[in-house]
Structure formats: structure tokens, C-alpha cells
Design a protein around this ligand. Structure first.
Ligand SMILES: [Zn+2]
Ligand SMILES: [Zn+2]
Length: 131
């Protein structure tokens, strides 16, 4: 599979590959958006500290999120706008061909933060109902 490595969201910026505890994550050098291959997103959401790779400015990320027709850096297909199945306020782009996901700056740490909070809430509820 070809890897274009060019971000079509903000400008024609290249992706850099980061190594987060032996998982390769791709981040755009221009808009700081994050690219996850199929299932990498789920994997990274479970990892403590993974939100630290999301270093971009959330204000800028929110602005870029308004732009339509971001292209997949792997296949160059037009990505589709998705909302997280559990957190409807979090939007990201997904590629219909390779099922990779793209998060604008700030979106991944938002999603991760809320995921952790939800787990805690759920855990507390479980504990209470077992008392
Ligand atoms: Zn970019
Ligand atoms: Zn793709």
C-alpha cells in the first residue's frame, strides 16, 4: 500500500513518524493532526499518556476541522466526517478505503480525556451498585 505521507487538510505538509512505546504514530508537521491506521486509534486510547502526542493548538485544530474534503494521506481518497460512537461531540475524519482515522489537533486528547472520565464514572457506578 502506498503511503503518500502528505497531509491534505491544512497544507501540503508531510507527516513525521513518532514512536510511542513501540507503536508508530504519524503526525502532520504542518497542522499537527494525527493519523492512525486501522485499530491504532483504539490501541492508543487505551494507553496512558498517549494524549501527549497531540501537541497541536486545539483552536487551530477546530478551525481546520471546519474544512471539508480532507484527503487520506495513505490513499488520497476523500475522507468522510465521523463522530465518535460514544462521544458525539468529537468529530474526526475517516478514510472509506483503508479505514484509517485523522484527528485534527486537540481532538485526540479530548477524546482520550473523555474516555478516561467515562471509564472512571462507569467504574464508580459499578462499585456503588455492588455495595
Ligand atoms: Zn496537516
Ligand atoms: Zn485511506
Amino acid at each position: 500500500m502506498g503511503w503518500e505521507r502528505i497531509c491534505g487538510v491544512a497544507s501540503e505538509s508531510e507527516f513525521e513518524t513518532l514512536d510511542f512505546r513501540c507503536t508508530a504514530v504519524d503526525r502532520c508537521t504542518g497542522c499537527k493532526g494525527l493519523w492512525f491506521d486501522l485499530l491504532e486509534k483504539e490501541d492508543m486510547l487505551r494507553r496512558p499518556g498517549a494524549e501527549k502526542i497531540d501537541i497541536g493548538d486545539p483552536v487551530e485544530g477546530a478551525r481546520l476541522n471546519e474544512m471539508e474534503n480532507g484527503r487520506c494521506p495513505r490513499c488520497n481518497d476523500v475522507m468522510i466526517r465521523m463522530v465518535d460512537k460514544d462521544q458525539f461531540n468529537i468529530e474526526f475524519e475517516s478514510c472509506p478505503s483503508c479505514y484509517g482515522t485523522f484527528f485534527d489537533a486537540g481532538e485526540f486528547s479530548d477524546l482520550k480525556e473523555e474516555t478516561v472520565m467515562e471509564r472512571l464514572t462507569h467504574l464508580l457506578q459499578t462499585l456503588k451498585s455492588n455495595l
